[in-house]
Design a protein around this ligand. Structure first.
Ligand code: ATP
Ligand code: MN
Length: 298
């Protein structure tokens, strides 16, 4: 195993999407022999109206959460795992991140949305906040629609992995992760760079074509440099340069190539340092139909 996960945190609000995140977390934990922390956060402040008996309410909610966690129906893959349940109280995203830090978890696995999310939002507010402030990598899972199509038991976590790169330092860290996950799963690795053509200033068509052609060649060269030799064997089919809007193009590429995981950096080349999550990463998490692993930069 190239990737090491020894403690995986999976927050739940008891929604269906959280259940599929738990299931994904248990599969990964089984594969990597990691332990799993299932965490629910009671946010009693939501009910803290003036005059409300806050302390007793909080205690009641906590008891309720403990019971719900105890009764939680776990996937079959949870058998044989070291699995602990925690009820925390406070602001959900902050508590989830603090728990992960306190216990030196190496991964947070969560769904895109929970009970609270309004249907028109692609990402719930807790997932959004965790993604923006976690110091560990985060794997965002998508709820599988209906019954799983392949009844054959999946023995490896991933089969086709996409690594989108802008050649930044964080993207390179994500590359190391993508390569490790690819090897662990015996998967296929696709590498993609998107040329954001709104950034090419000239509007003379001939010049645009020339610039794009140059960029394409340079990008392909750069992509090859970062890959271990054995993954270069099919580079003509697994390395690609597309033009368009990066976030959209990355999500679309993953879909047309039936990828089940996108591994990317939390930051890239173009961002403001103080932003907690780059806009391309943010967009991909919202648009992608498959799971997205966000590697953290320094
Ligand atoms: P922003 O672009 O919002 O100003 P940023 O550059 O710090 O901020 P992102 O662009 O979101 O952050 O970069 C996050 C990750 O997205 C990168 O590590 C890389 O994996 C991927 N990425 C970004 N831009 C591209 C691109 N043009 N083509 C392919 N992958 C990209
Ligand atoms: Mn960027």
């Amino acid at each position: 195993m190239q990737s090491k996960f020894s403690r995986i945190v999976v927050p739940t609000d008891f929604s269906d999407t959280a259940d599929s995140a738990i299931s994904a977390a248990c599969d990964l934990a089984t594969y990597y022999r990691a332990q799993v922390d299932i965490v629910n956060v009671v946010d009693a402040m939501v009910y803290a109206y003036a005059g409300y008996p806050f302390a007793s309410l909080s205690a009641e909610l906590t008891t309720g959460a403990e019971e719900a966690l105890r009764k939680l129906k776990l996937p079959a893959s949870a058998k044989g795992l070291t699995l602990n349940r925690f009820v925390l109280s406070g602001t959900p995203a902050a508590e989830i991140n603090a728990h992960a830090e306190r216990h030196k978890a190496d991964l947070i696995v969560m769904g895109t949305r929970g009970h609270g999310a309004v249907a028109r939002f692609f990402l719930g507010s807790v997932a959004d906040k965790v993604l923006h402030s976690a110091s560990s990598p985060v794997l965002i899972t998508k709820a599988s629609k209906g019954k799983v199509k392949h009844p054959k038991k999946k023995t490896k976590p991933f089969t086709r992995i996409l690594f989108p790169t802008d050649f930044s330092e964080t993207a390179n860290r994500a590359l190391a992760r993508a390569v490790a996950l690819t090897e662990d799963s015996d998967a296929e690795l696709f590498v993609l760079h998107v040329v954001d053509d709104t950034l090419i200033s000239t509007h003379v068509p001939k010049e645009r074509e020339l610039i794009l052609k140059e960029l394409r060649r340079a990008a392909l060269d750069e992509m090859k440099k970062g890959l271990p030799a054995h993954l270069l064997q099919h580079f003509e089919t697994t390395g690609a340069v597309k033009r368009g809007e990066p976030g959209k193009a990355i999500a679309a590429y993953a879909e047309t190539h039936a990828c089940d995981l996108i591994v990317m950096g939390s930051h890239g080349r173009t961002g403001v340092k103080r932003a907690l999550l780059g806009s391309v990463a943010d967009k991909v998490v919202r648009l992608a139909k498959c799971a997205v692993f966000i590697e953290r930069g320094k």
